[in-house]
Design a protein around this ligand. Structure first.
Ligand code: NOJ
Length: 506
């Protein structure tokens, strides 16, 4: 069980409105009581925060907004003391435009070694060198006053590195070692499939960005990098791991990253993309298990992250009864936690936080919002700082009087950790119970999963003598045989209500 900490929004110790490392250290008890095994920290490195820290200006330092290297060391020590592992994000595809290397490249002429660390190209006329789009909208190229263009698969403040340059490769090996030396247990690799681009830089034309064998992602050379990193990870004491953010078109391509001498895990995002439907959930699990089966690596499950609309809100269609998203989110947790493999939770889902859909436009910070000129709202709605206690902003996120970097909704008082922890019916209590029970049951559970029933709106699967049944429909259905261990809502006699799930012992 890994818990994603979006550092800027977790807990603010110094009242500047941004979460920080000391805030996390002070709140580790919440994660221990929740029952997770590890935390994954989103980037806290020196950064102008053009993309929330995924634009790194110095890979070996903590941004002053988030603390110091000493704060980081204290966090590692405290986490380990509490039995929690710590995974950090590494961002190798691009740097910030404020990184010393990019500043040097800007000050150096075309063709210079400084420009060779990035992807600069000439192009006649006013047209960019090719038709590649930025993932955040607009073209993936920006032109400099001297006429050269540079590539950025994301915002223009995030120039892509040239991984064909040995200096880039050596630098990242050194960065990996830097954080391993400080005691991290692993890395989450950002845009892991993107490092190498096909040297022909051909147009995509009407193909999508992510086509198999396309010019942008999963070029064969990328695997050499992860083999090198794996050798480094394995040379450190203890279990050090890496999980890749890999978007692919198919299971064969995904499996390549999981060869025994490459990454330990890759994210499998299909559950996060699946609508609330029995066939959709079942098909996603079948495909995800099949994708990793030949590799022997654990499947990974995600419902929400800092990049997507919170699932509680996603499961609510317009016209649904109020509260249905909440019921479905509880049921989805039981579906997820009985699956074999690793689950990655996103901060705030244990509180049942909804997406904040009514942020004022002038509060928005996501480059998606700016680059789409407001056509897309972006990802700020899932990044609103957590409510810990109290009746009004900042809800214990920071000390009294703190103005969080994104405003918190007025209606969040009842969702705070303090409110929920003593209420046995709350989402937080439910998460704690489910995680605790999972931990107890886990040693006895076989890795294999068996589909017991999958017709209509019901999905029932078994792992040994544990059965998980989910009713995706609206109407109650008869419970499968077994003794209920945990339910997402109270049962009606032997009926499982709609939008509900149960774990049973057979
Ligand atoms: C994936 C990260 O999760 C996302 O937040 C970021 O914007 C992009 N990679 C670019 O680094």
């Amino acid at each position: 069980m890994v818990y994603e900490v979006y550092v800027r929004s977790f807990a603010d110790s110094d009242g500047d409105g941004d979460g920080d490392l000391k805030g996390i250290t002070a709140r580790l008890g919440h994660l221990r009581d929740l029952g997770v095994d590890a935390l994954w920290l989103t980037p806290f490195y020196r950064s102008p925060l053009a993309d929330g820290g995924y634009d790194v200006a110095d890979y070996r330092d903590v941004d002053p907004r988030f603390g110091t290297l000493d704060d980081f060391d204290a966090l590692v020590a405290a986490a380990h003391e509490q039995g929690l592992r710590l995974i950090v994000d590494i961002v190798p595809n691009h740097t910030s435009d404020q990184h010393a290397w990019f500043q040097e490249a800007l000050a150096s002429p075309p063709g210079s070694p400084a420009r060779e660390r990035y992807i600069f190209r000439d192009s006649p006329g006013d047209r960019p060198p090719n038709d590649w789009p930025s993932a955040f909208g607009g073209p993936a190229w920006t032109r400099l006053p001297d006429g050269q263009w540079y590539l950025h698969l994301y915002a223009s403040e995030q120039p892509d590195l040239n991984w064909r340059n040995p200096e880039v490769r050596a630098e990242f090996e050194s960065i990996v070692r830097f954080w391993l030396d400080r005691g991290v247990d692993g890395f989450r690799i950002d845009v892991a499939a993107g490092l190498f681009k096909d040297e022909s830089f051909t147009d995509l034309g009407d193909r999508g960005r992510r086509v198999v064998n396309g010019p942008i992602y999963s070029r064969p050379e990328v695997h050499e990098v992860y083999r090198d990193w794996r050798r480094i990870l394995d040379s450190y004491p203890g279990d050090r791991m890496a999980i890749g953010e890999v978007w692919t078109d198919g299971p064969e391509e995904l499996a390549q990253y999981l060869r025994p001498d490459e990454l330990h895990q890759v994210f499998q995002f299909d559950l996060q993309l699946a609508p609330w439907s029995a066939p959709a959930f079942r098909d996603v699990v079948t495909a995800a298990l099949a994708a990793v089966a030949p590799t022997g690596s654990a499947p990974t499950w995600v419902l929400s992250s800092h990049d997507s609309v919170r699932h509680l809100t996603r499961y609510e269609q317009s016209g649904d009864l109020p509260g249905v998203g909440y019921a479905r989110a509880r049921a989805a947790l039981l579906f997820l936690l009985a699956l074999p493999g690793s689950a990655y939770l996103y901060q705030g889902e244990e509180l049942g936080l909804p997406e904040v859909t009514d942020l004022p436009d002038d509060a928005r910070r996501d480059p998606v919002w700016f680059r789409s000129e407001g056509a897309e709202k972006g990802r700020d709605g899932c990044r609103v700082p957590l409510p810990w206690s109290g009746k009004s902003e900042p809800y214990g996120f920071g000390r009294e009087g703190t103005r969080p970097w994104l405003p918190q909704p007025e209606r969040w008082a009842s969702l705070s950790v303090e409110e929920q922890k003593s209420d046995p019916t709350s989402m937080l209590s439910f998460y704690r119970m489910a995680l605790e029970l999972r931990r107890e049951l886990l040693p006895e559970l076989p890795d294999e999963l068996e589909w017991l029933e999958s017709s209509g709106t019901m999905v029932v699967y078994g792992r040994g003598d544990l059965v998980c049944a989910v009713n995706f429909g609206e109407n109650p259905v008869r419970l499968p045989k077994g003794r209920p261990l945990l339910t997402s809502v109270p049962l009606y006699g032997d009926l499982l209500p709609g939008n509900a799930a149960v774990w049973l012992k057979v």
